[in-house]
Design a protein around this ligand. Structure first.
Ligand code: NDP
Length: 327
């Protein structure tokens, strides 16, 4: 089969590609500009153990036509591309909502036209969690309210809804549409396969802490998961019949950025890293997610939170040794 991965140079997508490379399937991947040698080389490296050479094509979420060519001949689409900025952008409409929501519609429409059989959409726990909730066990039935949340969370909620609506609409009209499966990862840690030119928000958080950035932070509790488990979840959801028509929360542990920091401090503080962020503690809302679908359907045995944090730090240090050491 031919599996198309969108947004291939991203943190999650590179791990999805590495996981796909272990299978017998052909990988096609999109980057915004296939002439960008740095990004193309990173994507090729992630696919190096693939049986077939990876095919890399250009496609931009804001350009509907680019997706028709990208999807042609693909059996499965894994749609990870979406803006995930570390700070809320000045122009959420153009920087977040259009690429996330219209972009998802563009990818799905192209998949439909080109007869793709299954689409796996990377949504988020941000589409699930009510961030004001306390002592709650979230399930795949929960939907965050787009009008009471951050611009990024809103972009993810509305993009995921657009995907479910797309399939529902086609079904209602008696059309033969691809099957949809959705992955809802919590905050993703674990090995980075990119380099300094491609760091996403997850990588920037750990890279920042290793350099004493920010100086002051507010403790923030959320579910965490490991990118290797997220990658496996995408690949399994692409093929397992039971995954079709469902959301899947991927969560290892409900934890905080301060707990992540403490793990780093324990391991690296005597090795020349400037682990100096000060945390203002906040109450733990003490939520978590029900991960029955992750463990029983996708059969993921999650990596531990500690391993996720250390393995992410190790991968970043390996790539950027000198940058992280305090002078
Ligand atoms: P990255 O920022 O590393 O990756 C995002 C990818 O989307 C990049 O390849 C980026 O391309 C691409 N992209 C953004 N805008 C466009 C556009 N207009 N056209 C084409 N491609 C575009 O983030 P992650 O890997 O962490 O995120 C991947 C997915 O996982 C996203 O959907 C995100 O919402 C979701 N997610 C991530 C979580 C996390 O903790 N990391 C948690 C839950 C969900 P480029 O490099 O050219 O900008």
């Amino acid at each position: 089969k031919v599996v198309l991965v969108t947004g291939a140079s991203g943190f999650v997508a590179l791990n999805v590609i590495q996981e796909l490379a272990k299978t017998q399937h052909k990988i096609r991947a999109t980057v915004r500009n296939a002439n960008d040698k740095t990004k193309v080389d990173i994507v090729k490296r992630a696919a190096q153990s693939s049986k077939f050479p990876i095919e890399i094509v250009s496609a931009d979420l804001t350009n509907a036509d680019s997706w028709i060519e990208a999807c042609r001949g693909a059996d499965i689409v894994i749609h990870t591309a979406s803006p995930f900025p570390i700070d809320s952008p000045e122009d959420p409409e153009n920087q977040l909502y259009k690429p996330a929501i219209q972009g998802t519609k563009n990818v799905l429409n192209a998949a439909y036209i080109t007869n793709v059989k299954r689409v796996v959409v990377t949504s988020s726990c941000a589409s699930v969690y009510d961030f004001m909730a306390t002592n709650t066990v979230f399930t795949e039935k929960n939907w965050n309210d787009p009008e009471k949340t951050t611009p990024y969370a809103k972009s993810k909620i509305l993009a995921e809804r657009a995907a479910w609506d797309f399939v529902e609409e086609k079904k209602k009209n008696g059309k033969n549409c691809f099957e949809l499966a959705v992955i809802n990862p919590c905050f993703v840690m674990g090995p980075s396969l990119g380099d300094s030119s491609s760091l996403g928000t997850s990588e920037k958080m750990i890279a920042g802490m290793l350099q004493g950035i920010p100086e002051k932070a507010t403790e923030f509790h959320i579910g965490y998961c490991d990118v290797r488990d997220v990658a496996q979840a995408h690949v399994r959801a692409a093929f397992l019949p039971e995954a079709a028509g469902h959301r899947h929360i991927i969560e290892t542990k409900w934890a905080s950025n301060k707990q992540a920091f403490d793990i780093l401090k324990n391991k690296y503080e005597n090795q020349g890293f400037k682990l100096s962020t000060e945390f203002e503690s906040t109450p733990n809302p003490n939520n978590r997610s029900d991960t029955t679908r992750m463990t029983s359907v996708l059969k993921i045995k999650p990596n531990s939170f500690e391993n996720s944090i250390i393995d992410m730090a190790e991968s970043l240090i390996k790539a950027e040794q000198k940058v992280f050491l305090a002078s």
